[in-house]
Design a protein around this ligand. Structure first.
Ligand code: SF4
Length: 169
């Protein structure tokens, strides 16, 4: 595994990227190019900054009030090996893991064996917010998602039962 991950940024104590206090990692690079995307500067795979995953885990340990981390973007599944490493370490600390992706869960399950790190990453995700942002389905009243096509999925229950289980807030 490449030990560095290209990030567009880090927010160390967020309350808007999932439940509770969260350490948020924004991947640099996204192939989806959703119309109306709020983070177009994250689309290029060249920008941002390369950060060592061990240093990220070390930094997360300093924030003792955290409930979990959120893997966001950009597209975090384009950096799935590195996010899987971070997520595994974070779970061992007793924190939870949320991940935002433009891929649908169905796409992830279809390609999980072909794409590097996908199989591993989904094992550590508690809540997956899936699907591309669809401007014509935008709804400002939604919690933790931008458009109605996106879902908050209880990933562990879904993997365990084989049926999509939505996360209840
Ligand atoms: S998946 Fe997210 S970051 Fe990528 S284009 Fe869509 S809204 Fe923007």
């Amino acid at each position: 595994m490449e030990s560095k991950i290209r990030l567009s940024g880090i927010t160390r104590e967020s309350v808007v990227d999932g439940l509770g206090f969260r350490y948020v990692l924004y991947a640099q690079g996204c192939p989806h190019r959703c119309k109306g995307c709020h983070n177009p500067s994250t689309h290029s795979f060249e920008g941002g900054e390369l950060v060592d995953v061990e240093n990220i885990v070390y930094d997360i340990k300093k924030y003792t009030m955290l409930d979990g981390i959120t893997c966001s973007g950009g597209e975090c599944f384009e950096k799935a090996e590195q996010f899987a490493f971070i997520a595994k370490e974070v779970k061992a600390m007793g924190l939870n893991v949320w991940a935002y992706t433009g891929y649908t869960l169905e796409e992830i399950l279809l390609y999980q064996n072909d794409r590097s790190g996908w199989n591993d990453f989904i094992k550590y995700i508690d809540v997956l917010v899936d699907g591309r942002y669809q401007e014509d389905h935008k709804d400002l009243s939604l919690c933790f998602r931008g458009s109605t096509n996106q879902r908050l999925i209880d990933m562990q229950r879904t993997l365990h039962t084989g049926e999509i289980s939505l996360f209840q807030i």
